[in-house]
Design a protein around this ligand. Structure first.
Ligand code: MOS
Length: 725
């Protein structure tokens, strides 16, 4: 099904199942421990051997010698695979550095070998006997130091233009009566999901199957085939449950490749879970940013000039953290300049983490907006509303399909009690706590991705939906079941959903908050095709009605079971609808903090998010996404930081003891309100993403609340207490 025009009325609008608060259908499997995650698969017929990955002990240089003699003789060892004996390997499209390094070492903990043994303990013990001698080369590990060498990267097609210019920023800023010029930093961050990267690989002749944890099945198949020099059709990737991804599992990683290579060498299925201390440096992370924002306004608060520049780093051939992209779209001003610059760093590979670009970008922009509001003597909400726009500020002929940012602020202000706030900072006290309230806009784009599915009617009249879509804890199973139930006129429990297997039609996968809308749109297309097949078989025309497990028309009702075996495969693909109008999601975050007047300890006391994100397919799942994202935003504001060892080039705190994320005790009651909205331009579902919208702006709202509580403005995240003293 091609989607070119805004959707008209369709079966989803019935709202019988879609849009209803629905507990996740896979919940019982998860709470009873019976949902098989990657490491728990028993799909292979032979007992799997275990692989233990050895990561490079230097950040840059080469392996001069690798002595495997002692390890080979160790008990239980079946094989050791290194770049020397692995045979010729290609590189996937999505990976920057090789997944199996050597002799050249590109980054710390780049995999150099996998030891395969009968048990985990034997593999680990043997790995400790591998003796590697390195020749160390000088690396570039300090972003601030490399900033001067940063360049505008090539336009890679998905990061947006490296630079954008409208009007004459410099001249306009120079003559603006009110100016702000401020710099902000955000640190490297790790996904730190619960489930490690893990894979069970098994060969059957020339065919390879991997049971793994991956957000994007079709990308994984493609990159695994490229890396191993295989035909895509000989590679099967299975990932029905994923224990958290946050972008860290968008791409093929070392566990998959090394399990496949290990299994080939050991002639046995091989299982690998990356040990936690390896994950932070071996896989990807969100790159640190240095950002400079300049705002010029006239005296009554209208912005005349906006500039946002960002510097981030990555390995040679990598990409930028696109922290300025939301600034191209968020506020009006006639004169504008933005740029994402990229330095070369020899740290581990940077890549997407929840709301890549926007999450750190909003942490700077929305603090700058707070600072500017104060300079102007305006309320921070009033200042934002004054500079709201209903068209793309860089291309004024392009409207937004929906943009209810102002409604989010107004409703949020009312619910949060914003009018009771004392405008002056450091005025509110509750015992030993300095209390402050902060606000920030939330903004994240809505991306359209093609997505396919297959739907079949079973003998008992149930519908089975198959698509390689993944559920990374987001609720994909449930919204897909809701979609099929709605379109086919079935009860929710009459739909069986099978996900995460490359033998199913290729979906959009889970990333960029595009999963829910696009995967369901693909399922919608397949179900509509199935309806047409059923109607035809039933001798009915377009007027056929699907309800109560029956197809009705011509004065007759026929049970769907009568059409058992009918199967339809279709998907959604998009014309240029996203070019004609800008599709984005909006929100407002409100945060109240307390700061201990004596110790500087920061506690979040209240949080509210108001979101406008098209049709909300399942308010329970959507709320869970947003409160999870708000929690992650608190982590970004107050705790999360990969500490760079700038001499040796690695992230020091590479475990969950040293890499801090919020726990329950850090998070108060969180409120989430969704505006009642549909966006006919997004897909037949009229839905958009919320999973990443929820984090965008949270960090800034926390920072603004801390400023309001204390009068101390911190521009370097995370805002740890010593920065307030
Ligand atoms: Mo997301 S960072 O695209 O999984």
């Amino acid at each position: 099904m091609r989607f070119d025009q805004p959707a008209t009325t369709n079966p989803i609008d019935q709202g019988r199942v879609v849009g209803k608060p629905t507990p996740r259908i896979d919940g019982p499997l998860k709470t009873t421990g019976t949902a098989p995650y990657a490491y728990e698969h028993h799909g292979a017929t032979a007992k799997p051997a275990i692989g233990y990955v050895i990561g490079a002990g230097i950040a840059k240089g080469r392996v001069a010698a690798m002595d495997l003699v002692a390890a080979r003789k160790a008990p239980g060892v079946l094989a050791i695979v290194t770049a020397q004996n692995a045979g010729k390997l290609g590189k996937g499209k999505m990976n920057t550095a090789k997944l199996l390094g050597g002799p050249q070492v590109d980054h710390y903990h780049q995999a150099l070998a996998v030891v395969v043994a009968e048990t985990f303990e034997q593999a680990r013990a043997a790995a400790a006997l591998v003796n590697i001698r390195y020749e160390t080369a000088k690396g570039r590990f300090d972003l601030a130091e490399q900033k001067a060498h940063a360049q505008l990267p090539k336009d890679n097609g998905f990061s947006g233009a490296p630079e954008s210019r409208v009007g004459d920023f410099d001249a306009s800023f120079a003559k603006a009566p009110v100016q702000l010029d401020a710099s902000y930093t955000t640190p490297d961050q790790g996904h730190a999901m619960m489930e490690p990267h893990a894979t069970l690989a098994a060969w059957n002749g020339r065919n390879l199957t991997v049971w793994t944890a991956n957000q994007m099945i079709d990308w994984a198949v493609g990159d695994l085939a490229l890396t191993l020099g295989m035909d895509k059709k000989n590679v099967r990737v299975v990932s029905p449950y994923v224990g958290g991804g946050f972008g860290g599992k968008l791409f093929l990683r070392a566990d998959v490749l090394l399990a496949a290579l290990g299994a080939r060498a050991a002639k046995r299925p091989v299982k690998i879970a990356l040990q936690r201390p390896l994950m932070f440096n071996n896989t990807t992370h969100r790159p640190a940013t240095l950002q400079r924002i300049r705002l010029g306004a006239d005296k009554d608060g209208k912005l005349t000039a906006i500039s946002h520049e960002n510097w981030s780093g990555d390995l040679p051939g990598g990409g930028p953290e696109t922290a300025v992209n939301q600034t191209r779209l968020l506020y009006a001003a006639p004169h504008r300049y933005t740029a994402n610059r990229l330095a070369v760093l020899d740290l581990p590979e940077g890549n997407a983490m929840r709301a890549p670009g926007e999450a750190p970008g909003m942490m700077a922009l929305e603090v700058a907006m707070d600072e500017m509001a104060e300079k102007l003597g305006l309320d921070p909400i009033a200042f934002r509303l004054l500079n709201d726009t209903l068209v793309d500020p860089e291309k004024p002929q392009r409207p937004f399909t929906q943009r209810r940012l102002a409604d989010c602020f107004k409703l949020g202000a009312e619910k949060f009690g914003w009018s009771k706030r004392n405008a002056k900072p450091a005025q509110q006290r509750d015992g030993r706590w300095l209390v402050g309230q902060g606000v920030a806009a939330a903004f994240r784009n809505n991306l359209l991705m093609k997505s396919k599915a297959r739907v079949r009617i079973e003998a008992d009249g149930r519908a089975v939906v198959e698509t390689d879509m993944t559920d990374i804890g987001t609720g994909s199973y449930t919204v897909i079941a809701q979609t099929a139930a709605e379109v086919l006129g079935l009860a929710l429990d009459r739909v069986v959903v099978r996900l995460g297997d490359s033998s199913f039609p290729a979906s959009c996968g889970s990333g960029g908050q595009w999963g829910g809308n696009n995967a369901c749109a693909g399922v919608y297309a397949a179900c509509m095709k199935l309806r047409a097949l059923v109607a035809q078989k039933a001798g009915l025309g377009e007027g056929a009605e699907f309800a109560g497990g029956e197809v009705r028309g011509g004065g007759q009702a026929q049970p769907l079971a009568k059409f058992a075996g009918l199967v339809a495969e279709d998907g959604i693909e998009y014309g240029d609808i996203a070019n004609r109008a800008q599709q984005s999601t909006f929100g407002a975050h409100f945060v109240e903090v307390g700061v201990d007047a004596f110790t500087g300890e920061i506690r979040v006391r209240r949080m509210l998010a108001v979101c406008a994100a098209g049709r909300i397919l399942n308010p329970i799942a959507a709320r869970s996404q947003v409160i999870g994202a708000m929690t992650m935003g608190v982590g970004a504001a107050l705790m999360e930081e990969l500490q760079v060892d700038k001499r040796r080039g690695f992230f020091v705190n590479h475990d969950l003891a040293g890499y801090e994320v919020p726990v329950h005790a850090d998070i108060p009651h969180q409120d989430v309100i969704f505006l009642d909205e549909v966006d006919p331009s997004s897909s037949p579902m009229k839905a958009k993403g919320v999973g990443e919208l929820g984090i965008c702006g949270v960090g800034a709202a926390v920072a603004n609340a801390i400023y309001h509580a204390t009068g101390v403005r911190v521009r370097e995240y995370p805002i740890t207490l010593e920065k307030l003293l």
